[in-house]
Design a protein around this ligand. Structure first.
Ligand code: AMP
Ligand code: MG
Length: 480
């Protein structure tokens, strides 16, 4: 099968927004070797997994060949990084190959680690095997948990050495997203001062993600509100799952409401809102418990970028945007409370704010593993309180459990929303270290386990608990 029959790529972003798209090519890869492929995702996209595994497929997955009509580009965007604004970030080591048409839905096919671009600044444009496999396994887990996310299609080793603190094997990640439009994309368009560009970007975003906004009285305000809703729901899901993104800069927040850029992210173990894993997040700006506030802050930056399109009278535009932004907290609180109710197996409509708050206090004081706690509670709902007693030795916990059991929680419903298996930090590190040394078996096994997070299976006990004490404090890194 030729590449032309195997894959078709549109270049809509490049065509509609040329000011934000620098045509560019991936760096040649001497010895590409496929390390991981999401076959189910490939099939969903209308791609043949067997073809992708073959020499032409692997060449596509590193950008060495693209079908006729495709225009690979590095995308321009700005971003607030840890609160400071950089007007020109952009894809320093990434390329949008183009848009796949999957069931009428455009999906970006994008590479990371494909070489320096005009946005690379001091960076080498490359990526190492470990961090790219990390994105593969964590985004797979997120998807299996039902959390909107960009998807990793494949990781290909380049055979090239990448210089970090040590010398590491290089890799290219091929990822798929409903788009790579970010809050930072709008900040970029606004910063250019070109209102026509900003309008085209908004039209493009509306058409791709929030088509209903086109019919609203103020389409750009409706776009903003749709992004608020998508992000409120996304961040609530992160919080319910114990996910810490780690680098919620405005260039890492999508317009689609998908999780993007798995850098220093990790799943929290001991419940604590102050949890931080990123080595550079000294102030805890992106701590677990701060994520809803940071999302709101980022969305205020999106509002600012959209102001010129909301109303010609800028005072009026601010008034309208502020009123809309106020909806974020309500939507977030509602999504989070509904999610907590589901985690506790309680019916909708029940007022249990105090019950939930008391549980979180117990979990925090006891430094209880966030993921195990809810499965242990489901076991208690089935009549066996031993596991939750072991996790929560606090004398007040018994009273809390009795109070909750009196409400008649539905244990089966709990097990459908509370995972047994998440990508545990120590197991991720173990799998990536082995893969970096050439042994993919632990990685492949971990991917299998986290792909089915809610069904407890025999023989997988070591995947179901927190890191042993000797694993120590976990630290993650950016820009890897
Ligand atoms: P990230 O932390 O992955 O969201 O990246 C932030 C910015 O740094 C983006 O503009 C990236 O393209 C850029 N960047 C990160 N790593 C590299 C690298 N090794 N080479 C070039 N640019 C990079
Ligand atoms: Mg980024």
């Amino acid at each position: 099968m030729s590449i032309a029959t195997a894959v078709t790529l549109d270049n809509r972003f490049a065509r509609e927004l040329p000011e934000m798209a620098v045509p560019w090519q991936a760096e040649p890869v001497a010895e590409p070797r496929l390390l991981a492929l999401d076959e189910a995702l490939a099939t969903d996209l209308g791609l043949d997994p067997a073809w992708l595994r073959g020499p032409d497929g692997v060449r596509l997955l590193v950008g060495a060949v693209v079908p006729d009509g495709a225009t690979p580009v590095a995308q321009a965007y700005s971003g607030h990084q840890f609160g400071g604004f950089s007007p020109r970030l952009g894809d320093g080591r990434a390329l949008l190959l183009g848009e796949l048409a999957a069931g009428g839905l455009a999906r970006d096919l994008h590479l990371k680690g494909s070489g320096r671009t005009p946005f690379a600044r001091g960076g080498d444009g490359l990526a190492a095997v470990g961090p790219m496999l990390r994105e593969f396994v964590i985004s797979r887990a997120m998807h299996a948990l039902g959390i909107p996310t960009t998807r990793a299609l494949a990781v290909v080793a380049t055979g090239q050495i990448v210089r970090r603190e040590t010398l590491l094997p290089g890799a290219v990640l091929a990822r798929v997203a409903s788009s790579h439009l970010r809050v930072g994309s709008f900040q970029y368009a606004t910063t250019t001062g070109d209102k026509d560009l900003l309008r085209r970007l908004a039209d493009h975003a509306i058409a791709r993600h929030h088509p209903a906004a086109a019919d609203a009285e103020r389409p750009c305000l409706a776009l903003f509100e749709a992004v608020l809703a998508a992000q409120a729901s996304l961040i609530a899901r992160w919080m319910l799952a114990g996910f810490v993104h780690g680098v919620m800069n405005t260039d890492n927040m999508t317009i689609s409401g998908e999780t993007i850029d798995y850098g220093p992210c990790a799943f929290m173990e001991a419940y604590d809102p102050a949890t931080v894993y990123s080595s550079i997040d000294h102030g805890g700006r992106y701590a677990y418990g701060n994520q809803p506030l940071i999302a709101e802050w980022n969305l205020a930056r999106l509002a600012e970028a959209l102001l010129p399109l909301i109303d010609d009278d800028q005072d009026r535009a601010v008034e309208l945007a502020v009123a809309s932004l106020g909806g974020f907290r309500r939507m977030y609180e509602a999504a989070w409370s509904d999610g907590m109710r589901a985690k506790l197996g309680l019916p909708a409509g029940h007022d249990d704010a105090q019950l939930v708050a008391d549980l979180l206090t117990l979990l925090q004081t006891g430094r209880v593993d966030h993921t195990s706690a809810y499965r242990a509670l489901a076991t208690a709902a089935r009549g066996d309180s031993a596991p939750i007693r072991a996790l929560l030795p606090d004398p007040l916990a018994g009273a809390w459990v009795r109070r909750w059991l009196a409400l008649g929680p539905d244990a089966d419903a709990m097990d459908r929303v509370n995972p047994v298996y998440i990508p545990r930090n120590h197991l991720v590190e173990e799998a990536l270290a082995a893969a970096t040394g050439g042994d993919l078996a632990p990685f492949t096994r971990l991917v299998e386990v986290v792909s089915d997070p809610f069904t407890e299976r025999p023989g997988l006990d070591r995947y179901a608990g927190p890191a042993p004490a000797d694993f120590g404090a976990y630290q993650t890194f950016c820009g890897t």
